[in-house]
Design a protein around this ligand. Structure first.
Ligand code: APR
Length: 188
């Protein structure tokens, strides 16, 4: 069976795609930032490069961000209207609260999106690059937290934007697991 690419959870459609998150025309893309919010490498670097210098100028007014928390800015030269910056946990073996902090990143980003009445949001695979969080474990946490946080929110579309097929496969497994455990996870 072809693994699901999109599933419905309540009024929200969750989808997996492979691509560059900076190209997505959505209400918000989520940045896997560091606590300074002043840019970095990976997806953080790509977002700042594409958004232009006004992004870091606004980030300077935010006074940083703690791991697990989320802050919102405009998207400037990005197609996305907003950037929601969140700081994922650095993987230290799994016994230092990493799972809970990663779930907080998704939950707080979606809560912020709801406060701004956003309808569509795209996430990268937070913490699975430089922060070395295991991909399969991170995808399971992301899908579970997103479903919980999306319930009853304004969000119609949650995209998991993977940079490669390996990452996408981890989300497909998480989607299949969600479907097998829930009535509303209708594949289509
Ligand atoms: N679009 C979508 N996903 C991307 C892109 C992109 N343009 N660029 C990288 N990625 C993916 C990576 O392949 C990885 O799966 O984003 C995921 C997160 O990787 P990182 O960007 O390294 O982020 P993270 O592991 O959370 O580490 C954050 O790295 O860049 C610095 O400033 C950042 O210090 C912070 C740390």
């Amino acid at each position: 069976m072809e693994e699901p690419k999109s599933i419905r959870h309540g009024d929200t459609v969750l989808s997996i795609l492979v691509g560059d998150i900076t190209t997505l025309d959505v209400d918000a893309i989520v940045n896997a930032a560091n606590s300074s919010l002043l840019g970095g490498g990976g997806v953080d670097g790509a977002i700042h490069r594409r958004a232009g210098p006004e992004l870091v100028a606004e980030c300077r007014t935010l006074n940083g961000c703690k791991a697990g928390e989320a802050k919102i800015t405009r998207g400037y030269r990005l197609p996305a209207r907003h950037v929601i910056h969140t700081v994922g946990p650095v993987w230290r073996g799994g016994e230092h609260g990493e799972d809970a902090l990663l779930a907080d990143c998704y939950r707080n980003s979606l809560e912020l999106a709801g406060e701004f009445g956003l309808a569509s949001i795209a996430f990268p695979a937070i913490s699975t690059g430089r922060y070395r969080f295991p991909q399969d474990r991170a995808a399971q946490i992301a899908v579970t937290a997103a479903c919980e946080a999306a319930t009853g929110s304004s969000l119609q579309k949650i995209l998991f934007c993977c940079f490669d097929q390996m990452a996408a496969a981890a989300y497909q497994v998480a989607f299949a697991r969600l479907q097998s455990t829930s009535r509303t996870g209708d594949e289509f």
